[in-house]
Design a protein around this ligand. Structure first.
Ligand code: FMN
Length: 210
């Protein structure tokens, strides 16, 4: 049985455009994976705390030296990582806020990017430990950025996820959502078509076997 982890980071929770695109993909994925398990992590409903020096000290502490408070911090991060490790497919709803990713998503990344747990340093450089996952990113933006020098999210998301070995990533963009109603409708329609194309591509191998 495959497991899909949906991480949504819109401040509008299920109502966000990025969340709705993610949901559309998940619905199609469930059709082709009827026994599949979907786990949702809504970073608006349950924000991950911002990383601070105390939390980081807990992450790098030796297990035998940890205070109960530090152990609780590590347990929380470990649970997020276990959830991620258990997923075969990761779906990420990604709004653009003030030229960047939502701070809640950055806080989440700060809790799952842990040396010795999700990546390790070797003599040949860092090696990611979260292998074998497919990632789908559904990005929603008010303006137009994809393929321009002002595109800040795609390189960052790609760099971070690849660092932990989640480098098999598909990006879908819904853009121009704040430009005009027509532009919004066009942006959403294009993104939905892309979602459907990817969902169909996911299904193809099963049809080939049958
Ligand atoms: C606080 C805030 C900041 C935003 N900043 C930007 C921005 O810098 N550039 C942009 O193109 N759109 C910006 N937008 C528009 C959002 O990208 C757009 O509403 C998108 O649908 C957000 O995704 P969501 O609906 O999943 O939350 C912003 C929206 C909000 C609420």
């Amino acid at each position: 049985m495959k497991t899909l982890l949906k991480i949504q980071s819109s401040i509008f929770s299920d109502g966000g455009q990025s969340s709705q695109l993610a949901d559309r993909f998940v619905a199609a994925w469930l059709e082709s994976n009827p026994g599949g398990k979907v786990v949702t992590r809504d970073l608006a409903k349950e924000p991950v705390p911002h990383l601070d020096a105390a939390r980081f000290a807990a992450f790098v502490s030796k297990p035998e030296d940890r205070t109960p408070a530090q152990q609780a911090i590590v347990n929380y991060s470990d649970a997020l990582i276990d959830e991620l490790k258990a997923a075969n497919v990761v779906v990420l709803g990604l709004p653009l806020y003030n030229f960047g990713l939502p701070s809640t998503l950055k806080a989440y990344f700060d809790h799952v990017g842990r040396a010795g747990v999700t990546f390790r340093y070797t003599e040949k450089g860092p090696v990611g430990l979260l292998t074998g996952k497919k990632v789908y990113v559904f990005a929603a933006r008010g303006g137009f950025y994809a393929g321009t020098p002002n595109e800040s999210q795609t390189p960052y998301i790609h760099a971070f996820l690849s660092f932990v070995s989640m480098s098999d990533i598909e990006f879908v963009y819904a853009e121009g959502l704040a430009v005009s109603e027509a532009s919004k409708q066009q942006g959403i329609a294009r993104a939905r078509a892309e979602v459907d194309r990817l969902a169909h591509a996911e299904r193809e191998p099963e049809f080939a076997v049958a």
